[in-house]
Design a protein around this ligand. Sequence first.
Ligand code: PSV
Ligand code: MN
Ligand code: MN
Length: 396
Amino acid sequence: MNTEALFSALDRQRIETPSWGYGNSGTRFKTFAAPGAARDVYEKIEDAAEVHRLSGIAPSVALHIPWDAVSDYGELRAFAESRGVTLGAINPNVFQDDRYRLGSVTHPDPAVREQALAHLLACVEILRQTGSRDLSLWFADGTNYAGQDDLRARKRRLRDALARVHDALPDGARLLLEYKLFEPAFYATDAFDWGAALAHCVAVGERAQVLVDLGHHAPGVNIEQIVAFLLDEGRLGGFHFNARRYADDDLIVGTANPFELFCIYAELVSAETAADPLVRDTARAVAYMIDQSHNIEPKVEAMLQSVLNCQEAYAKALLIDRERLEEAQQAGDVLEAHRTLTDAFRTDVRPLLAEWRRARGLPEDPIRAHRVSGYAERVARERGVAAASGGFPVHS
Ligand code: PSV
Ligand code: MN
Ligand code: MN
């Protein structure tokens, strides 16, 4: 790929950051209060705008409802736009109400299911007002003990709720269904893996797609293969990027396993130019989002680092010599094919990205620019240290 084509591909890259990554959050043991951590949705938007100002590729921020609930979403949208960003995916929260002890949309009591559904539908209305495209659904629903509830009945309850939400979506909007193999349920999780998520999406309609959160897999699972499969089915809707060594750690993407992140981008880059229009269109519409909430790291810098790690992985994936790869694959030359990938992975793309930034009036080294900008010190002064809880809830 020549530099011009490479640069225009880099121009098109987008990474959405999550509002909940800017507030105080922690582990089940302790939430450390970070000086300057955003205290409300307006401050979260300001932090997201700072990440975008420095990176140039993070122009939207995802909301979590009700954590980010406001009385006037039109006003919030205008506020975001005044700061140079837009409002992104809407993430309903059906896991923090006492009534959801046995589940939300899969709860055995129809009245609780209706309450959860009403919240999901209210979020569809918010999505209309914010002008967002995607409704991201993650359910904490599941059971802790064998026999606790009827697994098939729970599957059907989830399917019903998804169908009703799907049918309420405005034109152009999508439902993204996120799966997770365990936690907080420890025996059976209702939306437990990509296959179950795919089956639900196919059943409820065309605008339902699967969301892959990197942290939600068992160790050793080949995530790039899941990505390839979902792309080929036209059902990959988006990502929640993060890194983990064990489970859902939600740490900075690309830190624990940069090669995995590269291989994921390699699949996406190849799908973007696939001969099959379904695959191509699916790849081009993927929502790239971060789902991280940092406990001990400075939050804005950590988010910026995450966005830049995605950019590096993408740039390396763009450098893969596709002709050489295909030739080696066709010839059954196992190691030449592998080396073609690793040659791209091993390329130091930092000078190239610095050049791309220079040409776009962005700081060549966004992390350094952030560090010398005084932003962290200023918000620490202005916002102070917001009280943080002792441990759970993780997102507070
Ligand atoms: C819980 O695992 C979780 O981290 C999911 O990944 C959601 O996307 C996120 O919380 C926000 O609700
Ligand atoms: Mn997630
Ligand atoms: Mn998660």
